[in-house]
Design a protein around this ligand. Structure first.
Ligand code: FMN
Length: 150
């Protein structure tokens, strides 16, 4: 039976982060706008995730908004942990201001520095100030469909 919480509709995002020489990223659906001025976004990251550790240490993350033709990329970052493999091997990326990886061909990206973090049960909500961003006009953001992943 579908629960009410599963009826919340989300996009799908790849949240990347850098701490020292270490890069990692995961797929996330629990991402939202949080403020216009200053421009803030929130991401909810499970405490056991390797990316959680990297965001906490590096105090940065990038939100890569996946496009409808990038489901394979979201699967790549959404299964298995960067603790056991280098998820960036063979993946092209650039960096902007914080050093968090920006993935090419996404519908949009936001480079963020962490300004707050809130304990949220088994997750932490990181609030990031958007300090750089970009979009690809011809790319439509993907809307999460559970059947594409499970
Ligand atoms: C479609 C989808 C959405 C997900 N959303 C989230 C999310 O919002 N927050 C989160 O912490 N993990 C989420 N995950 C799970 C992580 O992407 C997954 O556990 C990942 O392998 C963690 O990698 P890491 O240990 O390298 O950080 C999602 C996975 C998928 C496939």
């Amino acid at each position: 039976m579908t629960s009410a919480i599963e009826k919340i509709r989300n996009g799908v995002f790849i949240i990347t982060a850098k701490s020292g020489d270490i890069l990692n990223g995961l797929t996330a659906a629990w991402v939202s706008q949080a403020s216009f001025v200053p421009p803030l976004v929130s991401v909810s990251i499970g405490k056991p995730r390797y990316t959680h550790e990297i965001i906490k240490k590096g105090k940065n993350f990038a939100v890569n908004i996946i496009a409808s033709d990038q489901i394979d990329l979201a699967r790549h970052f959404g299964f298995g942990s960067g603790r056991n493999k280098n998820k960036f091997e063979g993946i092209m990326y650039k960096t902007a201001k914080t050093g968090a990886p920006i993935l090419p061909d996404c519908a949009g990206w936001m480079d963020c520095r962490v300004i707050h973090e809130y304990d949220a049960g088994d997750h932490t909500i990181f609030i990031g100030e958007v300090i750089d961003s970009g979009t690809k006009e011809n790319k439509e953001p993907y809307v999460y469909n559970r059947e594409d992943f499970y």
